[in-house]
Design a protein around this ligand. Structure first.
Ligand code: PTJ
Length: 266
């Protein structure tokens, strides 16, 4: 049998050389494939990731200033929130489970599974992964997702009455825009991590972190720890000074300038 066809006869370490220039990125792909084999990720999540990789090239594979501004506003918003919730889908769980659990601990946020391609096996697999990463409680699994977000027709409408339904601030990532729009209509503040500044999620969120979730989540945890020493008024001032439209515009200008510079360097 061809080596590449027999997944048991070779290890990925033999395929990806230590000094491969894109080693980290290739290993992340392997992590996603493993997550798919464990029912955490759907195959469609691999396509979504590929789109994200492309945008990461465009922003230079670094957390840029526009993302730092959004991360600061997101950290302040989470610290000011009364009932914050971190909404988790397959891609988020596959890429940053420990970081999300740590963020929930630091901000007293609840963790809730919310899937576009919802099925109970996936809900349970994601919850199990989060419990392994030390989560105390995971909402949105099975019967717990018993409340409905109005005007939303995908499976994402099913939420926990103890979580997203009553949340004042929701952090989410890597998703299509329907739910973000519906949550904002319900009067909730939505913090979205989406590397594509043109997506509907990015454009309708209250705060959009245009960055790779792999970098954004640990940076957000650091920022929350740093801002904990600030008082309520100081945190409110950070939120007041933040302008999401400006930040999205900055990210697009950054991409345009970078492409111009790259075209001149050929
Ligand atoms: O787990 P489920 O069932 O909820 O399904 C999850 C997917 C991702 C399949 C579903 O939400 C989906 O189809 O999402 P979209 O519409 O492809 O949107 C994903 C968004 O995330 C796109 O704007 C991508 O550019 C962006 N994205 C992809 N990878 C990353 C990312 N943003 C931040 N970090 C990434 N690593």
């Amino acid at each position: 049998m061809d080596k590449a066809q027999d997944s048991k006869s070779w290890s990925i370490r033999d395929i990806i050389p230590e000094n491969h220039p894109r080693k980290e990125s290739l290993l992340i792909r392997e992590k996603l494939i493993e997550a798919m084999e464990k029912s955490i990720l759907v195959p469609q999540g691999l396509i979504a990731h590929g789109r994200g990789e492309c945008f990461d090239y465009l922003i230079g594979e670094k957390t840029q200033d526009f993302a730092e501004k959004a991360i600061e506003a997101a950290a302040a918003t989470l610290l000011l929130a009364k009932t914050p919730v971190i909404s988790i889908n397959g891609n988020m769980a596959a890429l940053v489970p420990e970081g999300l659990v740590r963020l929930a601990e630091e901000t007293n946020a609840k963790l809730e599974v919310n899937l576009f391609y919802r099925d109970e096996r996936r809900e349970k697999a994601i919850a199990e992964l989060l419990y392994k990463a030390n989560a105390k409680e995971v909402l949105g699994v099975g019967e717990d997702a018993s409340t409905v977000i109005p005007e939303l027709f995908s499976q994402r409408r099913r939420v926990s009455p103890k979580g997203i339904y009553i949340a004042d601030v929701i952090l989410l990532g890597l998703e299509d825009g329907d739910r973000t729009e519906a949550l904002v209509k319900m009067g909730k503040k939505v913090i979205a991590i989406d590397i594509n500044p043109l997506s509907r999620t990015s454009r309708s969120a209250t705060i959009t972190i245009v960055d790779n979730i792999i970098r954004a989540v640990p940076r957000l945890v650091e920022k929350v720890k740093e801002l904990k020493s600030k008082n309520k008024e100081e945190l409110e001032q950070i939120v007041l000074n933040y302008d999401n439209k400006n930040v999205l515009a900055e990210s697009l200008k950054f991409i345009a300038n970078r492409l111009t510079q790259l075209s001149l360097s050929l």
